[in-house]
Design a protein around this ligand. Structure first.
Ligand code: SF4
Length: 761
């Protein structure tokens, strides 16, 4: 595979971009058409994209529904009567800055909370928010990662001090835990890769999932756990590996710390009893464990099925013990530590020592992981008379009123703020509660990128160009943040003038001036994204000012991982290497391979003090020891377990608000097992009442042979509150913010106690 940017003559009728509906961000090409010439007349996979290589799933082909939907076209201010009025940008920026400053001056910057910063396709604009937050002295923030991934981040931090991913594409055994990559992807070219493994008799797929999913259909071992009991299954797998002498020696002794303690712990696990608790026959469990232990390589991918479920952080630890005890790190087809270009979260290394050194949220003391407050703690941080409560919030490319647990409580919290400002494309459920709404271009009208760059050994970054122009009265997020920072008086034109002069002399001159200026002025350094945007940005080609942030990222990457960057084909000494990388990012509309790693590099990226993998996490040992006493999820009042938010063919997050984008299942049916449907006397399309401790809704039924009795599932991203009514059920009208993991605070959306009733009582 060539690592150089594509030099094929571009076809001007096709605009390279990316799908924005999951973290894979497959490269696509879009042909515009229609009466206005702005419709996405055709969309195809981009063969020149170095990661997806022409692959897409069915969702990408429907992106016209995202681009052409009701949207914001001017800044809005809430009137006293609750309605909105349009205002000009100068007024909006001046008033928003003044009102945030008033909160800061009265209560301190820590009273200002930030939510969002990007979804599945848009991280570039949010990268500039740090300057606004630092200008305000704001410190606390959250985003979707802190209701999904922070438990795994915390475990990674404690065990390795680094983010870890699995090389599913080349693994002899692929283990999916609470993940259905056929629908949720997460792996480049997921369906191709799954079929390749399934069709190769020397390779195996192992799936742990309560539903017989599309991926489970392809699996050699489907451990169909009872919903919410993954911890019993995972701990039993570890126990079989330990008890049957399948631990890989001497690898484990050479690379880990704490193996003896962990093995002693798992020698005490009663595999038969754990098998009974999770509902998977013991022989199936043992066969899967033996297959994993015998493989030359095992890649593991855990996802929301366990991360938003009971014992989620414990599950992440157990999952990692499986691949560590079988020696699957730093080898092809195993786990690796990717080269970052831009980190999505702050590193959770072990260097700070004990859990006592971790930061906590100011009111309820929730553990902050990767710099993120647990989403489920946000309402409790606001709905209180505690003096350190959050009093103002900036929401950017996020929709907490719909997407976070317990929407009723979240709306109450947002209503209680002194100030709520939303930056978004559309009038979301959250924007409707705001004091000010600032409109941004769609992801196809601006320079855009995501920081989900986790591939290995070839890692790819894709800076996307605008496919079509934005309406005249919306502003890209970097411009909004630059104006806010300036209105706050945090940076002046005089401070920036020398850097502008240096930029006019060329990028090496700029680099020397920028690094000297920020080294000597920490306040300027804190505003670096906006400083770059205002000084380097105007000099970038094709109006790519929003890419200025990536200049710093390219230099950081080249400085930290020069060999990886050189192996990707970039050269030069000192600053030249970072400049070469940045040039390639700017000049590669189809994406660029920015690093090429060696498998052994992963060992050097383990950030524990002794560079070994630490197996013992005392908090999780304690949780495991108490697992037998875990209470049942169901009760006579709520005999069903609801998975609230299942990914399906036509589900995404809430950025496509037009329900017509779904080719199937427009109403988002509740999946019910054949046995339960028969007992309830319902069939496809019949309606039932679904009741949880927090709400009740009417649902239509889809009878699903893959579901177990007692388990029902609703899709994610449905129930948006549009003028012509809601299509489907908003899952978080049914969830409870108090139901969360004790370590990471991540919600238990996949195991909500529920009951079903006929509509006529
Ligand atoms: S939703 Fe499908 S096409 Fe879009 S990025 Fe994900 S896998 Fe690719």
């Amino acid at each position: 595979m060539s690592l150089a940017p594509s030099t094929a003559a571009p076809d001007p009728a096709w605009h390279p971009s990316a799908c924005i509906l999951c973290e894979c961000n497959c490269g696509v090409e879009i042909r515009l058409g229609g009466v206005t010439g702005t419709r996405f007349e055709r969309i195809r996979g981009d063969k020149a994209h170095p990661a997806s290589r022409g692959y897409t799933c069915e969702k990408a082909l429907r992106l016209d529904h995202y681009q052409h939907q009701p949207r914001l076209t001017a800044p809005l201010r809430r009137r006293p009567d609750g309605t909105f009025e349009e205002i000009d940008w100068d007024t909006a920026i001046r008033e928003v800055a003044a009102r945030f400053a008033a909160v800061r001056d009265a209560f301190g910057g820590e009273a200002i909370f930030y939510y969002g910063g990007g979804g599945q396709g848009n991280h570039l604009g949010g990268g500039y928010s740090g300057a606004t937050l630092r200008a305000l002295g704001a410190r606390f923030r959250a985003n979707a990662l802190s209701q999904e991934k922070t438990g795994e981040f915390w475990v990674n931090g404690r065990m390795l001090g680094a983010i870890v991913r699995g090389d599913v594409e080349h693994a002899e055994v692929a283990l999916f835990v609470g993940k259905n990559p056929w629908q949720s992807h997460g792996v480049a070219r997921a369906r191709v890769v799954l079929k390749e493994i399934a069709n190769d008799p020397s390779r195996s797929i192992v799936v742990i999932d309560p539903r017989r999913t599309e991926t489970a259909e392809l699996a050699d071992h489907h451990l169909q756990v009872l919903p919410g009991t993954d911890a019993f299954c995972l701990s039993a797998l570890v126990a079989v590996i330990v008890q049957e002498g399948l631990v890989r020696r001497p690898w484990v002794d050479d690379h880990t710390v704490g193996a003896a303690e962990v093995e002693e712990l798992f020698r005490g696990i009663d595999v038969a009893e754990h098998s009974r608790r999770c509902g998977v026959p013991e022989e199936q469990l043992r066969a899967a464990a033996r297959r994993i232990a015998a493989a030359s390589s095992v890649a593991v991918f855990e996802d929301l099925g366990i991360q938003m479920n009971r014992h989620s952080t414990l599950n992440s630890w157990l999952e990692k013990l499986i691949w560590v005890l079988t020696g699957n790190f730093g080898v092809p087809g195993g786990q690796y530590v990717p080269t970052p270009l831009v980190s999505l979260v702050r590193s959770e290394g072990r260097r700070s020592g004990s859990a006592g050194a971790e930061s906590r949220s100011p009111v309820v003391g929730a553990r902050i992981i990767g710099g993120l407050v647990p989403c489920n703690a946000i309402p409790d941080e606001i709905l209180t008379d505690h003096p350190a409560r959050y009093r103002a919030m900036l929401v950017e490319s996020g929709n907490p009123a719909h997407s976070l647990a317990d929407s009723k409580r979240m709306r109450e919290a947002l209503d209680a703020l002194d100030l709520l400002v939303v930056i978004d494309v559309a009038m979301t459920e959250t924007a409707r509660l705001a004091d000010y709404v600032l409109p941004a271009p769609t992801q196809f009208e601006k320079w855009e990128a995501t920081f989900f760059n986790f591939d290995f050994p070839h890692n790819v970054f894709h800076l996307r160009r605008p496919v079509l122009p934005a309406p005249s009265n919306v502003l890209p997020e970097p411009e909004i943040h630059a104006r806010l920072v300036e209105a706050l008086g945090a940076v002046t034109d005089e401070q920036l003038a020398p850097l502008r002069d240096a930029a006019a002399r060329g990028r090496i001159a700029f680099a020397e001036a920028f690094f000297a200026a920020t080294a000597g002025d920490p306040r300027l350094a804190a505003l670096a994204p906006v400083v770059l945007y205002r000084t380097l940005g105007p000099t970038l080609p094709d109006g790519a000012a929003s890419a200025a942030l990536l200049w710093g990222a390219a230099h950081r990457c080249a400085l930290a991982w020069p060999e990886s960057v050189r192996r990707a084909g970039f050269g030069g000494e000192g600053l030249e290497l970072g400049e070469a990388l940045f040039d390639a990012i700017l000049a590669s509309p189809h994406g660029v391979t920015f690093s090429v790693d060696d498998w052994g590099d992963s060992f050097g990226r383990v950030r524990t003090p002794d560079q070994r993998i630490h197996l013992v996490i005392p908090e999780l040992v304690t949780e495991l020891q108490g697992l037998a006493a875990a209470p049942p999820i169901t009760s006579p009042e709520f005999p069903f377990v609801l998975s609230a938010g299942e990914r399906r063919s036509f589900t995404a997050n809430t950025i496509i608000r037009d329900p017509a984008w779904r080719k199937r299942d427009a109403a988002g049916a509740l999946r019910v097992s054949t046995g339960d449907a028969a007992e309830l006397g319902v069939g496809d399309g019949d309606r039932l009442r679904l009741i949880t401790g927090r709400g009740e809704v009417e649902v239509s039924v889809e009878v699903d042979e893959g579901m177990q009795r007692g388990h029902v599932a609703l899709p994610n991203g449905m129930g948006l509150d549009e003028p012509d009514g809601r299509a489907g059920v908003a899952p978080n009208e049914l969830t409870d913010h108090r139901h969360r993991d004790p370590v990471a605070g991540t919600p238990w959306h996949k195991s909500v106690p529920a009951r079903l009733e006929p509509l006529e009582r």
